[in-house]
Design a protein around this ligand. Structure first.
Ligand SMILES: *[C@@H]1O[C@H](CO)[C@@H](O)[C@H](O)[C@H]1NC(C)=O
Ligand SMILES: *[C@@H]1O[C@H](CO)[C@@H](O)[C@H](O)[C@H]1NC(C)=O
Ligand SMILES: *[C@@H]1O[C@H](CO)[C@@H](O)[C@H](O)[C@H]1NC(C)=O
Length: 291
């Protein structure tokens, strides 16, 4: 797991070192994103953005704006066939040392073996909150809807409108919640064969390159971040901030039962159950209601 934990900090470092190389892909306007890395081999197919990984490099894109709270929707079709050693990401992140981050990462596998859908959340620079799932569908055969819903009360990860995970605001119990800084939205396709598939045992087979993941209809319905003065505007549950309305404070009973069912069948790792890793001193939120 240590490698997984390091992964996004190195992502951020690399993104930071290449920001002077901003390539704009003309045309992916529907997306509010631009390609920030590897533009020389990315492709635009209609309105879709295809990220490419080959021996020369991976690729990535990021949103033009930063946001504080909202609903962040992306349709995504993952690398098909033998994708072992590749990682495809879709995540929110702020910049700076005490950063916040909300992750979807997709760890590839050899043909016919399941991907791992990896989720995590960092608040004020601290992560270590991984939960992983096997998809209940073939994520390479069609587009699926990966949505992050983030409001002052909770973060919810949805796949095809089924909530798979909730991180509640337990600031009152001393657990930082991402509500003080804006986050940008990022996507990337990487070589991570030192850890991604069966813990690094299975390497990328470059005879299958180039690897491609396709992103469609990125839709941020979210409050713009323009520095700390945005905080007071973005927390107000107005009509335009519908994601903060009391309706979204808690999941409905229906959604809770969908989530419980998916988690019981498809969750393969839960940091809250990893007593050995935390030497018995479990994170506080693990003993509090999770949704
Ligand atoms: C996946 O593999 C099959 C069989 O090897 C091949 O026919 C198909 O074109 C491959 N699909 C893609 C998208 O590369
Ligand atoms: C994607 O899922 C979100 C969350 O459930 C939902 O609001 C949105 O309408 C969905 N989008 C599509 C295209 O199905
Ligand atoms: C790949 O397949 C193996 C064998 O079924 C499985 O143990 C593993 O969890 C799968 N996913 C990854 C990303 O290693």
């Amino acid at each position: 797991m240590a490698k997984i934990i390091d992964f996004n900090s190195s992502v951020l470092m690399i993104i930071a070192t290449i920001t002077f190389h901003l390539y704009f892909v003309n045309g992916w306007t529907s997306s509010s994103m631009y390609v920030n890395w590897g533009a020389h081999h990315c492709k635009l197919i209609g309105d879709d953005l295809q990220l490419v990984l080959d021996k020369s490099a991976g690729s990535g894109a990021q949103s033009k704006n930063s946001y504080l709270f909202g609903s962040f929707e992306m349709l995504l079709k993952l690398v098909p066939n033998n994708s072992a050693g590749t990682v495809t990401t879709y995540y929110l992140s702020s910049t700076g040392t005490k950063h916040d981050e909300i992750d979807f990462e997709f760890l590839g596998n050899i043909s016919g073996q399941p991907y791992i859908i990896h989720t995590n959340i960092y608040t004020q620079g601290v992560g270590n909150r991984e939960q992983q799932f096997y998809p209940w569908f073939d994520p390479t055969a069609a587009f699926h809807n990966y949505t992050i819903h983030w409001n002052p009360n909770a973060v919810v990860w949805y796949i095809d409108s089924i909530p798979i995970r909730v991180f509640r605001n337990y600031q009152a119990k001393g657990i930082p919640f991402p509500n003080q800084q804006g986050m940008g939205v990022y996507t990337s396709l990487w070589n991570a064969d030192d850890w991604a598939t069966r813990g690094g045992l299975v390497k990328i087979d470059w005879t299958n390159a180039p690897f491609m993941a396709t992103y469609r209809n990125f839709r941020p319905r979210a409050c713009y971040w323009n520095g700390p003065m945005s905080i007071s505007q973005c927390v107000i549950p107005t009509n335009s901030n519908w994601w903060t309305s009391p309706l979204y404070y808690k999941l409905s009973a229906n959604k809770v039962s969908e989530m419980i069912s998916i988690r019981s069948k498809n969750m393969i790792y839960d940091y809250c159950k990893d007593v050995k890793r935390f030497k018995g001193v479990m994170p506080i939120e693990c003993s509090l209601p999770q949704y």
